[in-house]
Design a binder for this molecule. Structure first.
Ligand SMILES: [Zn+2]
Length: 263
């Protein structure tokens, strides 16, 4: 299909949506005399009015919401709904000074991301035991980024490594999968080094981490291991993670979620 045809088709689509909007407005009694905010709720995206296309200087462009909807579906396949209210910053219970520090570091990272994103020190790591809030904070970060149309790919460490190993002989699948984790704008590695670690696990992880390190691509990492353990397991991977995350390194240690924040 030629570009003009595509543009025509989109114009038709936009017109059709507009018509449908007017019908809904008429039926629901939301008209020109009603505040804009009320009308806006008729669409999940007010920019493209749910067509997923924008016309910019007569050229058809995908609206930012298109990629975000695709991402949300991928996250849902991993069992995490981005529409949920449980794992947001707002719902995070900062019950002690230390836990509040962890939350503050996460929000500081979120605010600074646009400035630091192309630098080497553009990443964040949450280390601590089960129930320390590290998963909550890393997912809250992802939700905030995605809602700002900054794509975050979710990588549940153990499941992904197992899956890649099972398909290691299928070189096309292998490349495609690795590339997805190498090239994502932000990669969230959940539960790094969970379970037994083999040499091939290390090789796969190195391919991903090294690419992101060399290309200054951000990672959000959560792990039950300490930074010393991460360095001991593999120095090449550990030192790169440390260098990327050292400005935003949250460690939650000991009983009663006693943790410290290094900066
Ligand atoms: Zn849109």
């Amino acid at each position: 299909m030629g570009i003009e045809e595509t543009v025509e088709r989109i114009k038709d689509q936009v017109q059709l949506r507009e018509q449908r909007r007017k019908e809904i407005e008429k039926r629901e009694g939301v008209g020109m005399d009603k505040p804009y905010s009320m009308k806006r709720t008729l669409y999940s995206c007010s920019k493209c009015r749910d067509t997923s296309w924008l016309l910019i200087d007569g050229k058809a462009r995908r609206c930012g919401c298109y990629e975000i909807k695709r991402l949300k579906r991928i996250w849902e396949k991993s069992g995490i709904s981005l529409e949920q209210k449980e794992m947001t910053f707002k719902s995070f219970n900062a019950y002690s000074k230390e836990i509040k520090n962890a939350k503050d570091t996460a929000t500081k990272y979120y605010i600074n991301y646009k400035v630091i994103k192309d630098s080497r020190n553009n990443s964040i790591v949450f280390l601590g035991q089960v129930g320390s809030g590290k998963t909550h904070l890393s997912i809250a970060l992802a939700i905030n980024f995605i809602n700002k149309e900054i794509p975050v790919i979710y990588m549940p460490y153990r499941d992904v490594i197992m899956n890649i190993k099972q398909n290691i002989l299928d070189s096309i699948y292998y490349r495609k999968t690795i590339e997805r984790y190498q090239k994502a704008e932000i990669l969230l590695i959940d539960d790094l080094y969970k379970g037994k670690i083999t040499e091939s696990d290390i090789n796969i992880l190195f391919e991903i981490i090294n690419y992101r390190y060399l290309n200054n691509k951000a990672i959000i990492v959560s792990s039950e291991r300490s930074i010393d353990e991460i360095l001991r397991i593999d120095e090449g991977i550990g030192s790169r993670i440390y260098e990327m995350c050292k400005g935003y390194l949250v460690e939650i240690r000991g009983k009663g979620n006693n943790y410290r924040v290094r900066g």
